[in-house]
Design a protein around this ligand. Sequence first.
Ligand SMILES: [Mg+2]
Length: 361
Amino acid sequence: MRILVVPSRVRVSRLARAATGLSLRGHEVSWWGTPALPRESGPRALLGLHALWGTRAELVVGDADRIATASLLGRQVGARCMVLELGLDQVARWTWFDRWAWHTLHSHGLIAAEAAATFRDRAPSIDPERVGLWPDEVATAPVDAGDPDVEILERACERSLARQRGRAPRPAVFVDRDGTLVREVGYLANPTDLEILPGVPEALRRLQAAGYAIVVVSNQSGVARGLFPRARVYEIMGHLRRGLRSHGVELDGIYVCPHAPEDECPCRKPKPGLLERASEDLELALGRSVIVGDKWIDVAAGHGAGTRGILVRSGYGRDQEREIVATLDERRPEAICDDFGAAADWILAAELDQPEATRAG
Ligand SMILES: [Mg+2]
């Protein structure tokens, strides 16, 4: 996502802290003024109106006390959506112009959990459907890419964009990461070891041009096993995001399971939890979607969620093919392809209920 941040003038809000983390996750963040929490590979500072020239963003995020500024600057850079941190006192002080600003973009709010009960009574002009909650626990540590507040803000932004789209649910291509999009190296723990496989960016571009959302779904049990922290997973995903963006591909979502098999969570593939969560957040049509991966667990997760499944022979795929090709159970894929490029060919050529092309090249 490309995001413009318009923070409060008077405080470093929870939202401003989380917004800093979005750039660590590989999003392209521009900051109106000097970023509150500058970091390496952090947001780009916009100092003065002239800096807006050439800046584009899909979303503006900010604080409720600067809603009018956020809305006006957002419209200036082409944003369609706005995500604000809402405080009861700030909303109570909104003028008619502020309330108008809320409605000029497709707006969503984030509020503290303890304010949720009274918010509906004291802010009746705000549709409860457009409001999400911060986690109960207020983080105080320096923000990192794995921070729960960053996750909440990222999801709020993605949900806002999906709902602004306003059309029927889109089909998606769910993609496993290791061995499918990037070279399999065992537990990938270092961003410099990330190597996007040949043909992947071009294949993703073709799928996006045909109208598919692209959603990465990845088991990362190295977190539960103590091999690397949760933040590292998202730093590496940020590296992937930036790498693909340099080839003209913007990922629609990244969903990670950090648990170990013995945790028996609902999100670790072969369970379909990650796909179901993405479907809810991003308004996806699972029945018209496909999963592509190098293991039977990818195919089974897709089948569990109601998608079709393609096994690729990259990564662990060749060994997996020998194991599963004779089975008739949920592990058996609809197709087995040499690599992700060939899987994209299959998806685009198959008699699927083809999505309407919604993105140009
Ligand atoms: Mg894999």
